[in-house]
Ligand binder design. Sequence first.
Ligand code: ADP
Ligand code: MG
Length: 253
Amino acid sequence: MAFLEINDMSLEFGGVKACQNVNMKLEPGILYGLIGPNGAGKSTIFNVLTGIYPPTRGDVKLGGESLVGHKPYEIAQRGVGRTFQNIRLFKELTVLQNVMVAFYSSSHSTIADMVFESKNFHNEESEVKTKALELLKVMGIEDLAEVPAGGLPYGKQRKLEIARALGLNPKILLLDEPAAGLNPTETKELTDLIRKIQKDRNITVLLIEHDMGLVMKICEKIFVLVQGQLVCEGTADIIQNDKRVIEAYLGVD
Ligand code: ADP
Ligand code: MG
């Protein structure tokens, strides 16, 4: 049994076969890449894993237990953290508050505690604040803690999304094109950060990314998806020399 398993998973939207019979096995503590042309079904795999869409067929399992049928927040609590291809932050909240929100999904305070601002809630709030600030520090954006998230430059918003995902203390982190829209310096910085986070926390990371240099550099194993189907998996070396992968990216000739 693998840590995370996708078993013969298919998902159709109307007539569109977004994923077809996808099988993936992920082991703990490894940095994986998921690549493929636009529309290949990469984000759809994340959406199935995080409970946004139920698969039309097949199953996904974490630690041997099926995730299908569970709500996104339940799956997050079980240890699946993610970021989105289109950044989804609470733009009016501060940078710090955006990360604090993640902690409350696993909070012990009740709604009544919050309404009556009990001692319990205050104790927990200062603890949460400290932890959230630590995550901002990991991502190098702690100096922006009090700024509204919507006002951050793009690259910093991407970092904040990762900080927020880490607030759930995930066992596996799904990153959907974290370097999209970043310049080469920012990309390099983010690449180093992703690798550091993965090592320090010894978590599993599955990274969707178009930047081949980035993927080949940091991923131990790469899955290649073309038109909803996995066509190849392996190390950067194997992927770069695979005929089907070259065809998918460069055309048959
Ligand atoms: P990728 O992330 O690899 O670029 P996606 O997973 O976003 O690809 O999309 C795969 C296919 O599924 C595309 O043809 C896309 O148009 C379709 N698709 C994705 N989400 C939906 C949806 N909610 N409704 C209808 N079609 C969708
Ligand atoms: Mg996508």
